[in-house]
Write a protein that binds this ligand. Structure first.
Ligand SMILES: Nc1ncnc2c1ncn2[C@@H]1O[C@H](COP(=O)(O)OP(=O)(O)OP(=O)(O)O)[C@@H](O)[C@H]1O
Length: 300
């Protein structure tokens, strides 16, 4: 059974209608996660990054207020929802095909304009930005990891990682090399993407997504094309990006195993938030999905 929650704030800094069952039970972390935060720290909070915070850093990574998306009149892909993702958190978004996961991600990432509501990334209201500024925000303040890694085949691995910096006119200054080392590919910098395995390419895509130190990383089915072991490696990197480097990740996934790496799982159905779970294990995620479908079936 999962709790209902329309106004969704991770870990309930502003608790809405529902608080996750697992959270109430005070259950600890799952094995296989990254390191736990120390005493007095919020999950995923990294002290160094917080100490270095400037005024902009004080804002939540992502705030959605009443965000909805209608494609045609009467065809609502996303009913108005509220969602806050503080910095340094890892949120997974799940739900059956067509429930609005990609629509939510695209609106939140500034890839699509919602038909109502407000999206703020690091305090910036995306509706106030014209296309060039929005493009710049996506390039400099947002990281993307897709199922298809979207590496440029004619560029080397290192050049692919450096690309977001180069496009913004910023010299990489060793950041691409450090990013590649962080994903365990320091020795492959000069290779072409075609010379890497699928999992290695996805690791390059993660290094590229993090190279600008974005305020938020959106990952759409990042492990969808990977086998179990390789998927775990990729998820461990995303987890480490949050726990070790203070990044914020929002990941759409169909896979309960993948969702269980997140700090919180948000469940959508028919374009609405129908529940959330804090730090669930894969079996709890599976059970929640079954419960959701059963309740939906009862409603007919
Ligand atoms: N460009 C579009 N024009 C019209 N309807 C759309 C468009 N994109 C999505 N939709 C509709 O919006 C709803 C939500 O789609 P969305 O792609 O967000 O779902 P999803 O949960 O990501 O699905 P999946 O898991 O299959 O990728 C669906 O009913 C879909 O048909």
């Amino acid at each position: 059974m999962i709790d209902q929650g329309e106004g969704v704030e991770m870990f309930g800094e502003r608790r809405g209608a529902g608080t996750a069952t697992a959270e109430r039970a005070g259950r600890g972390p799952k094995p296989g996660r990254g390191p736990e935060p120390g005493p007095g720290k919020r999950p995923g909070q990294v002290q160094g990054r917080v100490d270095a915070a400037d005024a902009a850093d004080a804002a939540d990574a992502l705030v959605l207020e009443g965000v909805g998306r209608e494609y045609r009149r009467g065809s609502v892909a996303l009913h108005p929802l509220d969602l806050t993702v503080p910095r340094g958190r890892f949120l997974a978004v799940m739900g059956p095909s067509g429930c609005g996961k990609s629509t939510l991600l695209q609106c939140a990432a500034g890839l699509d304009r919602p038909t109502r509501g407000t999206v703020r990334i690091g305090g910036t209201d995306l509706a106030t930005l014209k296309e060039p500024a929005l493009t710049r925000l996506r390039r400099e303040r947002v990281g993307f990891v897709f199922q298809a890694h979207n590496l440029v085949p004619s560029l080397s691995v290192a050049e692919n990682v450096a690309l977001p910096l180069l496009l913004g006119g910023t010299p990489p200054d060793g950041r691409a090399s450090r990013g590649l080392a962080a994903v365990g590919l320091a020795g492959r910098a000069e290779d072409a993407p075609a010379e890497l395995s699928g999992g290695q390419r996805q690791r390059v895509a993660i290094a590229r997504a993090l190279v600008t130190r974005p305020e938020i990383v959106f990952a759409d089915e990042p492990t969808g094309a990977l086998d179990y072991v390789t998927a775990r490696e990729v998820l461990a990197l995303l987890r480490e990006a949050v726990d070790g480097q203070g990044h914020t990740v929002v990941m759409v996934t169909h896979d309960p195993e993948a969702a269980a790496w997140a700090d919180e799982v948000l469940f959508l159905m028919h374009g609405r938030t129908v529940g959330r779970l804090a730090r669930p294990g894969p079996d709890e995620v599976r059970a929640a999905l079954v419960d959701m479908s059963a309740r939906d079936g009862e409603r007919g």
